[in-house]
Design a protein around this ligand. Structure first.
Ligand SMILES: NC(=O)c1ccc[n+]([C@@H]2O[C@H](COP(=O)([O-])OP(=O)(O)OC[C@H]3O[C@@H](n4cnc5c(N)ncnc54)[C@H](O)[C@@H]3O)[C@@H](O)[C@H]2O)c1
Ligand SMILES: O[C@H]1[C@H](O)[C@@H](O)[C@H](O)[C@@H](O)[C@H]1O
Length: 336
């Protein structure tokens, strides 16, 4: 059976996911497209999915009889309503991060999915599918002894002008928030943010870089440098210090060169290249589960816990240097 997918939001990532479904992955085809700007959907239709129907409204795409499953790739603030509509229609739904822009919104999705009694939502936290993070998790679980500290960095070369201080949490650090919960099998109890001096490449509404310190329920302290104007490349670093040893996230594969009296390897500059294989694997996983009428991978609960943690981190930005407590509500049995 070929899973018939509808894609809502045909901007950068909606286009890229349509390409991978149409040209890379097995078992699915894009039969419907929708975007707030219909020309954007029609452009993706022309380039990648000539057989797809273009809908002016995402709600109509979700309701369409020939759409088996939905990808929500629109602007973050629109995710909640579309995911709730997909759950109401009983259709599996892959939602790009964030699941919702508020913790309350993400909780409404959790409650709707729990009320329906089965998993229908996968959140696009693709790092869990990255071969390097999978190997790191295995090393932490079997080799390093119990983790004590994590040192991490999330560096982007530049960001657009409209990127402001809280986005370093909601848009960027949200990946670390999810992947460290998964890596350590632990939840957060507090967040603190400190700001070094702002770099010259930034602007008045963006304090960059910043350092976020998360503490987990088991007492692991995670420090992450978020530096989104680092200039030199797209660089994701992570080192876990355990009782018996240290495990480090591998660098992306790169040819090592001996040239002009120096030893060189290139550093990637675009997040799409850094995680290209993980996007493929996460969506193939979605196709497999959705073909069986359900969902797998990162859950609505993970999306909700990420939103709760984001809120605490933004509060921590606003009260620079102060630890903000994070409460962990009881996890519903559906996400055990
Ligand atoms: N997992 C990742 O690494 C990753 C990477 C990039 C983006 N994202 C997420 O994907 C989402 C989209 O990001 P993007 O970079 O493609 O942004 P984008 O701005 O390129 O595309 C967003 C699209 O959504 C459309 N849109 C806006 N409101 C809409 C509505 N109500 N209904 C339908 N369409 C609507 C816009 O017209 C636009 O075409 C964001 O939530 C972003 O955080 C995730
Ligand atoms: O939307 C992007 C994307 O999620 C990248 O993975 C992240 O590195 C960027 O900071 C963010 O702006």
């Amino acid at each position: 059976m070929t899973l018939k997918i509808g894609v809502i939001g045909t901007g950068m990532i909606g286009r890229d996911h349509t390409r991978r479904i149409q040209q890379v992955l097995a078992g699915a085809e894009v039969v419907a497209l929708s975007d707030y700007t219909p020309e954007a959907a029609r452009a993706v239709q022309a380039d990648l999915a000539p057989g797809a129907t273009v809908y002016e409204r995402g709600e109509d795409l979700i309701a369409a009889a020939d759409v088996d499953a939905v990808l929500v790739c629109s602007t973050g603030s629109t995710h909640e309503a579309y995911v709730l509509a997909a759950i109401a229609a009983g259709k599996p739904c892959f939602c790009e991060k964030p699941l919702a822009t508020t913790a309350e919104g993400a909780r409404r999705i959790v409650d709707a999915e729990v009320a329906g009694g089965k998993r229908l939502v996968q959140v696009g936290f693709m790092r869990r599918y990255d071969a390097g993070y999978v190997a790191l998790k295995q090393a932490v679980e079997t080799r390093t002894g119990a983790p004590i500290m994590v040192h991490a960095a999330h560096r982007n070369p530049t960001v657009p002008e409209q990127y402001v201080t809280p986005m370093a949490i909601h848009d960027t650090f949200v990946h670390e928030i999810d992947v460290f919960r998964w890596l350590l099998g632990d939840d957060y109890v507090s967040a603190r943010v400190t700001f070094p001096r702002t770099c010259a490449a930034s602007h008045a509404k963006l304090r960059d870089p910043q350092i976020v310190t998360l503490t987990t329920a088991r007492g692991v302290v995670i420090t992450t440098e978020i530096y989104v104007n680092c200039q030199y490349g797209y660089d994701i670093q992570c080192e876990v210090v355990g009782e018996e040893g240290i495990a480090r996230l591998p660098e992306p594969m790169a040819i090592q060169m001996r040239l002009n009296a120096s030893l060189q390897t290139a550093i990637l500059t675009d997040w799409k290249d850094r995680f290209v294989a993980s996007y493929d694997t996460e969506l193939q996983d979605f196709i497999k589960a959705a073909s069986a009428g359900t969902a797998t991978g990162p859950t609505s609960w993970d999306g909700y816990m990420a939103a709760v943690t984001c809120d605490a981190c933004v509060a921590a930005q606003e009260s620079e240097g102060t630890a903000i407590a994070i409460t962990n509500p009881e996890r519903p049995a559906l996400y055990a």
